[in-house]
Write a protein that binds this ligand. Structure first.
Ligand code: ZN
Ligand code: ZN
Length: 190
């Protein structure tokens, strides 16, 4: 995603802030680059609060408003949540196996965050993999507690924190997926 070159400026009118993306520089000509422009919008909105209007310009003007804007805000919200989860510090844990641990927040949530947009399908697949892995780990932990063989790879601190975060994430993801299904990926009003 490093080759996104859409230039943008922020214009204020009273308390409102409009994000104006100049896509003559990014050569927005096809669907693929549209996705990149929207990715750029989402990343910009993450750092600039109070954007309540978005205009994308090249040969034509595209205005995001209403449902489309609402959907963008939901993506931004989830990205922000993922960042908080990603930055959660892992407690020093008893098993000392956190390096390479599959539930390590900094790796797991960073990956999900990168996929969220524009690869929502892969995000969905990755999220369900994580949930499956977590459930398997929990089952193993349960077996251990009932006297089963110890699995040295199980990382207790990651299992605990990631369980809470994934549960939260899954609820919000379902909400977003529902919106995507109802409204289309992004409803763009021109
Ligand atoms: Zn662009
Ligand atoms: Zn771990």
């Amino acid at each position: 995603m490093s080759d996104i070159v859409c230039e943008y400026r922020l214009e204020s009118a009273g308390s409102k802030l409009e994000l104006v993306l100049d896509c003559r520089t990014c050569k927005r000509t096809q669907k693929k680059s549209d996705d990149r422009c929207i990715d750029k919008i989402i990343r910009t909105m993450e750092n600039e609060y109070n954007i309540n209007s978005i205009l994308m310009t090249n040969y034509a003007l595209t205005q995001f408003q209403g449902d489309a804007l609402e959907l963008l805000h939901q993506f931004v919200g989830l990205r922000t949540d993922l960042k908080t989860m990603q930055e959660r510090k892992v407690k020093p844990d008893l098993s000392k196996h956190c390096e390479g641990c599959e539930l390590k927040p900094s790796d797991l949530f960073a990956k999900l965050r990168e996929l969220l947009y524009p690869d929502f399908d892969r995000f969905t697949a990755q999220l369900s993999e994580c949930v499956k892995y977590l459930n398997a780990s929990l089952k193993e932990l349960d077996r251990e507690s009932r006297g089963g063989k110890k699995n040295p790879k199980l990382c207790l601190s990651c299992i605990g924190d990631t369980y809470k975060d994934l549960t939260y994430l899954f609820i919000h993801y379902r909400d977003l997926a529902k919106q995507v299904a109802i409204k289309g990926f992004l409803v763009v009003v021109e």
